[in-house]
Design a binder for this molecule. Structure first.
Ligand code: PLP
Length: 422
């Protein structure tokens, strides 16, 4: 039986390499991540061969409510009794219900929603709305940011490698270092339509800004009649210990984008949520931004169940507690392995381990996978390991991840010859 599963796995990897992406398979193999997911539950995922892993990657934060969450699956099944995707041209009750619910849980006076399918699309919509509403063109974005690979979002990605083959991209985009208020002031001018930022850089390596940064950006935008767009695609839905990360700094953006965990890992859906006054732009243009599958009735029913689940189970509070448990373990690792681990950056269960050099990221991923933990270096920087487990992770599972980190570092430290003797 096991031999059979191994062969099914090998064939799937061969087919993936031949028909989808050979380099992806090669890279994943070298990082010990040539896993073919089968059963999924809570913080766990089982490879098709039966091996269990704790998932600390979760598609960069899609699975806040846990893998294959039964309550969300049941919500989708129930929705399927009545609904299909729905017709984007018509109004629907699930869309109206979800938009109202999003207004209730969003920071401050964010109120109106344009639905989409994914995060890039939500950011495209945000930038379009900002330009349309302000009738200005300038967009300021951060170095090492990540907003998706679609048109406008790609132009705001702060990593050259993703953009370089596709130029010329959208004009009017200015990049500034994240967290640097002087650079932000210098870039801002009367042509600036919006600043788009992740509250915490995700792909860029879990960089938490100084506490005064986002409030100061908010103020600068107000002074210059520019909009503030916060991309909460990765940070949203309780990941950082608050429903939305902006709440840590009491900042209310003009536009907020959400996706990923909004669909509970079960059904894709995204939203661009904005202040009521921005609705003025849509009055003469009610059909100016459309998405056939965006905010499908099924997706809306799933997202409503996700929000209920997060609130009912206080996942924000749990993320804070489990984040603190992780922190104690990280502090011990920082003391024990200074030659490997430089610093740890964290808000709730959005956690980044800054290694001392880029070669450590892939090597640690392999060692962690050998110990039953999926944890991967970030897309923009291999010297940073991002840990974003499901928010339902148990204290015991936190300890298992910490043990795997300790074991991996111990081994790596000896191998590389820079570690201490036992
Ligand atoms: C902060 C952020 N914004 C946008 C996106 C793009 O989302 P999607 O891949 O759903 O288009 C991502 C994806 O990782 C993200 O992390």
């Amino acid at each position: 039986m096991k031999g059979g599963a191994e062969e099914v796995k090998a064939q799937a990897l061969r087919d993936f390499a031949e028909y989808i992406n050979p380099m992806k398979v090669r890279t994943l193999k070298s990082a010990g991540l040539d896993i073919i997911e089968d059963r999924r539950e809570g913080a766990g995922v089982w490879d098709i061969t039966g091996r269990k892993y704790i998932d600390c990657q979760t598609g960069s934060g899609i699975m806040n409510v846990g893998r294959h969450n039964r309550e969300i699956v049941e919500a989708l099944k129930k929705a399927l009794d009545t609904y299909d995707i729905g017709v984007f041209l018509l109004c629907s009750k699930p869309k109206a219900d979800l938009a109202k619910r999003l207004a209730e849980i969003s920071p401050g006076d964010l109120k109106c929603t344009v639905f989409g399918v994914g995060g890039g699309e939500a950011n495209d919509a945000a930038i379009k709305i900002a330009r349309g509403f302000t009738m200005k063109t300038g967009i300021i974005y951060a170095k090492n940011s990540y907003h998706g690979h679609t048109g406008f979002a790609l132009s705001a990605i702060g990593r050259e490698a993703y953009r370089e083959p596709f130029g010329p991209l959208m004009p009017g985009f200015t990049m500034v270092p994240f967290g640097d208020m002087d650079a932000m002031k210098e870039a801002m001018n009367e042509e600036t339509a919006a600043v788009i930022l992740e509250p915490i850089l995700g792909e860029g390596g879990i960089h938490v800004p100084p506490d005064d940064y986002l409030p100061a950006v908010r103020k600068l935008c107000d002074e210059n009649e520019a909009l503030l767009i916060l991309d909460e695609v990765q940070t949203g839905f309780a990941r950082t210990g608050k429903m939305f990360a902006a709440e840590h700094w009491n900042v209310v953006p003009d536009i907020m984008t959400v996706a990923k965990s909004m669909g509970g890992g079960i059904y894709p859906i995204s939203a661009t949520i904005f202040k009521e006054e921005i609705m003025d732009f849509f009055i003469p243009h009610p059909f100016i931004h459309l998405s056939t599958f965006g905010g499908s009735d099924l997706g809306c029913m799933v997202a409503l169940a996700v929000i209920d689940y997060i609130e009912k189970n206080d996942l924000a509070g749990h993320a804070q507690k489990m984040g603190q448990r992780f922190r104690k373990g990280f502090d011990a690792l920082l003391k024990e392995y200074p030659e490997l681990l430089l610093e740890v950056r964290q808000k709730g269960l959005m956690m980044g381990l800054q290694y001392t050099n880029e070669s450590i990221g892939p090597r640690m991923s392999k060692k962690l996978s050998d110990r039953g933990v999926i944890a991967v270096y970030t897309g923009n920087d291999p010297s940073i390991c991002r840990l974003m487990p499901p928010l339902v992770i148990s204290p015991e599972e936190v300890d298992l991840v910490l043990e795997a980190l300790e074991g991996s570092m111990k081994e790596l430290s000896k191998e590389s010859g820079i570690g201490k003797d036992d």
